[in-house]
Ligand binder design. Structure first.
Ligand code: HEC
Length: 131
């Protein structure tokens, strides 16, 4: 009896580990955001006045999604960019994130603080992006 319970438990954990739903990815992305992004972009995603652009309701993020993902994957963002009509000229460094972590962070970012995106960003897509 005990063996059966254990088998069922094991099976359940294996299945849930493979479950790639958007909500799981968002959950992982939240933790990663807190590790890698929060110190600059802040817990509310609003950034810091005149220095760090917001990612909450950022027009740039949605209009230049591929560029934003590439920035996280390759060399950050450097030089002048305009986000919601405000000019920023700072630098975001490369953070050494794995492709699956970038996907999770994107899914969290795209579905937080009033942001909404109907598609899920997958690891394979991040992997396919070239410099
Ligand atoms: C050291 C501070 C810093 C950290 C850490 C950081 N960023 Fe940034 N980020 C910036 C700055 C500064 C810019 C604007 C760069 C410029 O002015 O050229 C930016 C720009 C962006 C943009 C594009 C512009 C916008 O606001 O839509 C996105 C998207 C973004 N960051 C997401 C992230 C995510 C996700 C993380 C965590 C993985 C992160 N950033 C970590 C400083 C940071």
């Amino acid at each position: 009896m005990r063996f059966i319970t254990l088998t069922i438990l094991l099976l359940a954990t294996t299945i849930s580990a493979q479950d790639e739903t958007l909500s799981n990815s968002i959950e992982r992305g939240k933790l990663l955001y807190e590790d890698f992004c929060v110190r600059c972009h802040m817990p509310d995603g609003k950034g810091q006045k005149d220095i760090i652009p917001p990612i909450a309701k950022s027009d740039f993020l949605f209009k230049h999604m591929e560029e934003s993902i590439k920035a996280l994957k390759f060399g950050g963002i450097d030089g002048e960019i305009i986000v919601n009509g405000v000019k920023y000229n700072s630098r975001m460094e490369k953070m050494g994130l794995y492709d699956d972590e970038i996907a999770d962070i994107m899914n969290y970012t795209l579905n937080s603080w009033g942001n909404k995106y109907d598609k899920i960003i997958k690891e394979d897509y991040v992997k396919s992006l070239k410099k």
